[in-house]
Structures are given as C-alpha cells and as structure tokens.
Design a protein around this ligand. Structure first.
Ligand code: FPP
Length: 271
C-alpha cells in the first residue's frame, strides 16, 4: 500500500492560516493530529428511545452497543485514553427503575465484554466512588480493573458515580489530611489528588445530543480541552460521526491562553 504525504493549509475563523500534514493510504486519509485523550458525555439515550416509542432503558442499551463500536474506533484511530461519563453523582435522582437498569448494564458489560476488551488490550479504570454500589458489583469492577491492569493499547476510564465537584472536594480533603503545606498546593499537586491522577487532561471532550452544558464532567481536567458538540444522539454517534469530531479537532489551534505556536501566524515567535 502506497503512503503519500500532503501538506494542506487553510484559513481559520480567526482569519489565521493553519498548516496540517495528512497521510493518505489509497483513498483513506489518515489525520496525523490525533488527540491523546478523548472524553465523552454520552447524552441522548433517553430521547433516542422516546423517538422510537421505546422505554428509556432501551436507549441506554443501544448506547452501550454504540460504546463498543467507539472503543474499537479509538483503538483504530490510535487514541490512548477514553473517558466515558456513564453515571453521574446526580443520576441517583432518576427513577429507581432507570438507576437499577444502569447498574445492571455496568454488570452486564463486565460479564459479557470483559474478555474481549482484555484481548484487545484495553485497560479498564474507574473514576468516581464505588462505595454506593452493590458490594458484588463493586467486586466485579475491581476484578475487571485488576485483570486488565497491564494492558496499554487503550486506557478506558469509566466515570461511574462520578461528579467533578465531588472529585475536587475529595482532593481537597485528602490534601488537608496529608498535611500538605499550603505553599506546595499548585495545579500539578491538585491533579495528582484527582481520580484521574497520572492521566493527561482530555484534549477533546465530545457531547452528543446537542446540550451545551459541562454537567459536572471533568471540570478541573477540562480547563483547556477542546469541545465538540453534535446534535446526534449517542446511540447514533457512529464511527463516521466520531471521525468528524476528530477531523474538527485536528484543525483547532490550541493556544492555552497564549499565542499561536505557528511562526507564520505569530511573527512574535519568529527568531
Ligand atoms: C445520558 O443520556 C446517558 C446516561 C446518563 C447514561 C449513559 C450510559 C450508557 C451509554 C451505557 C454505558 C454504561 C456503562 C456502564 C458502560 P440521557 O438518559 O440523559 O438521555 P436524554 O437526555 O435524552 O434523556
């Protein structure tokens, strides 16, 4: 198979030019700028089900099927970390049937998908609190984490009973308990006390179903993440839709509050 490289420049909305290198394998172009860490708010399961006259849980099940496809796509696209928002600290407020159903889905995913995920080199991690879950389910999650701990093709962080504010509160409590000198508290130190310690901040956060909210998801880690919001409901967020998000990401100019890093866009950077 012949690989060809091409350089393409374009003008962004801010009027500046960007340059990107693409590699083409026959007709399938491969973007070289791939985010290391993608985080997803898998929203719209309920509306997906409602629009088909189905119960909400059918939407969550369809969303689970889709998750399997997106995990595969992550491996294929070379993404190293995927964080998914599966159950928030606020989701306990949903009807009992739906909460139980989501717990059952987590159990089902471990029972039915773990062996394959393990074979594919996926490492499972959990962020959030396990304590409120049924002890048997907690045990299953811990076993899955242990089984896959040496895998490194894709790190899959499952945010389950997770809330960003809760995570920061826990970090503050532990920093105080550890007797850390206030002068030693900086951004790096706080990051080390979060559930995501050791995981790079998400480069790209995707939210499906069109809502323009952060919803208590990775509120510390997402400080400089790029966002991609689509009106597509999560069960319909196919690999092709995912690819659109990655294409969009590849064109973003991440300045982190500074100036563009490309010399042609920023004469101040030219020696
Ligand atoms: C938000 O859609 C989705 C959730 C609260 C749950 C997401 C869970 C899955 C996709 C299942 C995968 C789970 C595990 C444990 C791996 P919504 O119900 O708020 O949708 P709506 O806004 O249309 O009502």
């Amino acid at each position: 198979m012949v690989n060809t490289r091409s350089r393409r420049s374009w003008r962004c909305r801010d009027g500046q030019h960007r340059l990107c290198i693409f590699m083409a394998k026959k007709e399938t172009p491969v973007l070289l700028q791939v985010p290391t860490h993608v985080a997803i708010i898998m929203d719209g399961n309920g509306r997906w089900a409602l629009s088909r006259g189905l119960p909400r849980l059918a939407g969550h099940r369809a969303g689970t099927e889709n998750l399997r496809r997106i995990i595969r796509a992550c491996v294929e696209f070379g993404i190293k970390y995927l964080t998914i928002y599966a159950f928030s600290t606020e989701n306990w407020g949903r009807p009992r049937e739906e909460v139980d159903g989501l717990m059952h889905i987590l159990e089902d995913v471990i029972d039915k998908e773990l062996a394959e995920l393990n074979n594919e080199g996926v490492q499972l991690r959990h962020i959030g609190h396990l304590e409120r879950l049924d002890p048997k389910l907690q045990e299953k999650v811990l076993e899955a984490i242990d089984l896959t701990k040496d895998n490194n093709r894709l790190i899959l962080n499952v945010a389950f009973n997770y809330g960003g504010r809760d995570e920061i509160i826990c970090a503050i409590q532990r920093i105080i308990t550890d007797g850390v000198n206030p002068d030693a508290v900086d951004s790096d130190l706080v990051s080390k006390y979060l559930f995501t310690a050791g995981v790079p901040d998400p480069d790209l956060i995707i939210r499906t179903s069109g809502e323009l909210r952060v919803s208590n998801f990775l509120i510390w880690q997402g400080a400089y993440s790029e966002w991609y919001v689509t009106s597509v409901y999560w069960p319909d967020f196919t690999k092709e839709e995912f690819r659109k998000a990655l294409d969009t990401y590849a064109l973003r100019d991440r300045r982190y509050g500074g100036l563009s890093s490309t010399p042609e866009d920023n004469p101040a950077h030219v020696d």
